[in-house]
Write a protein that binds this ligand. Sequence first.
Ligand code: ZN
Length: 278
Amino acid sequence: MIWPEANIGFSSPLRVHGEALENWFFVFFADSIVVRRDASSNFRAIGDAELKALAVDEEGRFFMGMQGSTACYAVNLSTEPDQEMSTLRDLFGSISVDLFNLAGRALQTLDWDRTHRFCGKCGGQMRVSESDRSSRCDTCQLSFYARISPSIIVLVHHDRKVLLARNHRFPIGLFSTLAGFVEPGESVEGTLSREVREEVGVEISDFRYCCSQPWPFPNSLMLGFQARYNGGEIRLQEEEIAEAAWFDIEALPVIPGKHAISRWLIDDYLRQQGVWLS
Ligand SMILES: [Zn+2]
């Protein structure tokens, strides 16, 4: 399989169950995470003794779930520690997909807490629920759940060619699959047709769901599809797309790295077409 298997070792109850043999802390100040490195110099979460040694004030701590017998926590610091720090975005690609997703869950949980201190309806004080992942208003009882925004990302293909585009935000020469957010009241199928038509002006059919990737900047869940080209000439949505073209699968441009869902979609199509992948 091109994309990672589901992380079946992770369970996400609201309280620690069984006996935690170890604790992992994903410790953030604002959007940056405290970095510890293993013997191979790769990022790892920090343990109990290391957290104590930081000697900094915690503004909030959330239990995220169990990875096997390890309890995982997100911790928000109120002051910046004198430690190696990194944004999570900068760690993407250099840590495993499972570890990135766990750290992303921590970042999203802390961000949700920071932005839901007061009720959006009445301005009352919010209290974190003990029974689910929500906050509840003390005054009007309204609940706010951790926010997840579904989006689609799609590889459009046609006769051993793939339709790739360069967003204005990408470096020159880097091409990727098409993507966009699901609108309120819209089906995922509707988003696929609309986004591809809006961004490059072509029609698609035969959607095939492949895989997903959480993208915690700030709260996207990317749903990955492949789709068959079904007519139309490329016509760019110029505010968003700098260039787009059909590429023969034997002559692809620079594409995203092995940790990115767009790459998984492209590599899977190449494998379906019998292209050998290194
Ligand atoms: Zn309220």
